[in-house]
Design a protein around this ligand. Structure first.
Ligand SMILES: [Cu+2]
Length: 155
């Protein structure tokens, strides 16, 4: 199940007012008709610029998993998204409890998976780590978010 990002730059647009008003106006003036036509034209133009929501890229799953606890420092963390992403405008960082980078700043993109980002990690002592991600979907919409995972003492 896709995880909702903390922010999403896409804003839903109101597209129903022009149509719902059209049926209830008894004596539309020329000005109102012009306004309604202008409103409809704006609605059509707006709709043409807004791709289906399914094209947005949300975080789908990761390894190590979101909110998981592992008993050994993972050499890499892998993130998969719900859609194809533009790698040049997508990235990941990983920080520790004092907000210091613990990733190797080497985001890679497996060529066979256009929805995956990988990044190497330093050797992590036990603790909680935060993964910050931002991606640009192929539909031109940015999404970003963060999650944590825990490295526990070996048992
Ligand atoms: Cu989108």
């Amino acid at each position: 199940m896709p995880l909702k990002p903390s922010t999403h730059f896409v804003r839903a647009r109101k597209t129903t007012s022009a149509r719902s008003n059209a049926g209830t106006v008894g004596w539309p003036s020329t000005a109102m008709i012009v306004a309604m036509r202008a409103g409809l034209a704006v609605v059509v133009a707006t709709a043409a610029q807004v791709p289906p929501a399914a094209a947005h890229a949300y975080l789908d799953h990761t390894n190590p998993a979101v909110n998981s606890s592992v008993t050994a420092s993972p050499p890499v963390i892998k993130l998969w998204f719900t859609g194809r992403i533009q790698h040049a405008f997508s990235g990941v960082t990983v920080t520790d409890h004092s907000n210091q980078r613990v990733d190797l700043n080497n985001v890679s993109f497996p060529t066979s998976q256009e929805n995956e980002l990988d990044i190497g990690l330093k050797s992590l002592p036990p603790g909680t780590y935060t993964v910050h991600w931002h991606v640009l979907a192929i539909d031109g919409h940015s999404t970003e978010g963060s999650f944590t995972f825990n490295v526990a003492n070996p048992r």
